[in-house]
Each structure stands twice: as C-alpha cells, then as structure tokens.
Design a protein around this ligand. Structure first.
Ligand SMILES: [Zn+2]
Length: 286
C-alpha cells in the first residue's frame, strides 16, 4: 500500500498537471470508487470545478478546488494516476475514472484491486473529516519527539501497532513502520507505553529518516505503484528490513527475522531490536 513517501511523490507530480486547471469532463466507471454515492452523480458534481491546490494529509491526496470543496483520494492497495498530455490514453481494463482537463489532457485513475476511494467533500466538511482520521505530519518542521510521546503514552499495544494507527502519526504504514523501528533499534512488540524518553526520541528520528529516505527515492515500487508519468520509485532497493527475511542485518550481520504484529508481516533484526523485560516506571505506567 502506498504510504507517505509514495503518496507525497504522486502529489508532487500531480501539482503541475492539476493546479489551475478545470475539470472539463469526468467519467467514473466503477461504482466502488464513490460508494455509497452514485458515480455518475459525483462525476457531474466534479465537472466545472477548478483546482486550487493539490494537497496531502497522511495517505490522503486532497485536490482542493477554488470553490472550497475537495476531492479526497485514497489509493489504498493499488490505486495510481496516469497523465496523458495529448488526451490519448491507451486501453486499460483496470481504469476506474478519467478526468479530461480544460487543456485537453487526461488524468486517468487505475486500480487493480479496487480498494481506492474518491470522496467529494463540501467546504465545511474537509478539515473535520481529515482531522478525525489523521494525526500529525511526521515530516512537518514542527513535529517533535514530545508529540510522538504524547500519542504513545498509556498505550499497551505493541509500538508497531501504535504507529500504524494513522492518528498516532500520519502516513506510516507497514513498510516504513518496520524501517523506522529498525533505525530506532526497538523491537516491534515493545508495548508503546514502555518506551523511555530516549527510545521515543530514537523512534521519532527513525520515522522521519525512514520516510525521508523513501521520499528521496520517489517511493517504493511494490505491486502496482506508478507515478503519473508512468515512472516508478526505487526505495525498495534501500530497505533495511522490510521483505528481507534471512538476509544479514546491515548493522550487525544477524539474519533478519519475520514475525506477525497486529496481523501484519513484520521484519526486524533479533539482535539489534531486543524485547526488553518491562521494568521500573514503565511497568507502573502500564
Ligand atoms: Zn542487527
């Protein structure tokens, strides 16, 4: 599933394509994309809207219109965009929607697994909808370790489950959670509330570094991740643990192990990321 680095990379590519452009003609051919709303009706509502800003919060792409309305796109597993400047898209059985822009170009949305969603929100709904679902942006300049500490405080859940919760920190998914925990040298099953201040600091840094690394490589290409110009990302070549079961840890040489945490495949180094017995103050907090 695309996580913050992937969605942010897509956003950056969509900015020059969409900003300032009008939606001249919209066709939504998959009812799952807009359910429970009628796709034909949503398409009609979108026609005539002009894009002010292409924004992102967590894993949501937010196409903000001059009218104040916003189209919230979640790519889920396999959603992607393709821009064709000439308005001559090749055939694609997995295409779910096409937006013809007022410069004659087309922006197509494809989604093999069909879990992605398009939600059109009225001006008064946008911020409340996002704020109820998405926590702080980890790459924002003002994001501090104390913000992460506040979110982890009192939570018995494994730290990996806690940081997968989008309200803890925005945009971290299964890949970058594992990468961040390896960087911080924290076992993914450590209860969130048992982390000491130094560990929270290390995790804060680990999350930011893992995401920045992904962003630098234009995201990771697993399954169907594609950029709007058809390109792919290369971050998968730099994963430290994710998907690397049995390979040596870059730090200590121990083979990377795979377990399940919160129902998700989880990779970690059994030497660098030890599960410490919960002690002292941390236990009392639990
Ligand atoms: Zn190691």
């Amino acid at each position: 599933m695309p996580e913050l680095p992937e969605v942010e990379t897509v956003r950056r590519r969509l900015v020059p394509v969409l900003e300032g452009r009008g939606f001249a003609d919209v066709e939504i051919t998959d009812a799952r994309l807009t359910r429970p709303l009628d796709p034909v009706e949503v398409a009609r509502e979108l026609e005539g809207e002009r894009v002010a800003v292409v924004d992102r919060r967590g894993k949501y792409l937010i196409v903000r219109f001059e009218s104040g309305r916003a189209l919230l796109v979640h790519l889920r597993m396999t959603g992607s965009f393709l821009h064709d400047a000439l308005g001559q898209l090749p055939d694609d059985p997995h295409r779910r929607a096409v937006v013809r822009l007022d410069d004659g170009s087309d922006v197509a949305y494809r989604d093999v697994r069909r879990f992605g969603t398009w939600l059109l929100l009225e001006p008064a709904e946008v911020d409340a909808y996002i704020d109820a679902r998405v926590g702080r942006e980890p790459l924002a300049a003002g994001y501090r370790a104390r913000h992460l500490a506040e979110e982890l405080k009192g939570r018995r859940a494994p730290v990996k489950a806690a940081i997968l919760d989008q309200r803890t920190v925005a945009g971290v998914g299964n890949i970058y959670a594992d990468e961040a925990l390896w960087r911080a040298q924290i076992h993914p099953l450590t209860p969130a509330a048992a982390l000491g201040p130094d560990e929270v600091q290390a995790l804060h840094r680990g999350i930011r570094r893992a995401l920045q690394g992904g962003l630098r490589r234009q995201g990771s290409t697993l399954r169907d991740y594609r950029l709007p110009d058809g390109g792919t990302g290369g971050a998968q070549h730099e994963f430290k643990v994710y998907g690397r079961g049995g390979e040596p840890c870059e730090r200590c040489g121990t083979p990377i192990d795979k377990i399940r945490v919160a129902g998700r495949g989880t990779w970690y180094c059994p030497s660098c990321q030890r599960l410490e017995p919960v002690a002292g103050e941390a236990r009392r907090r639990l």
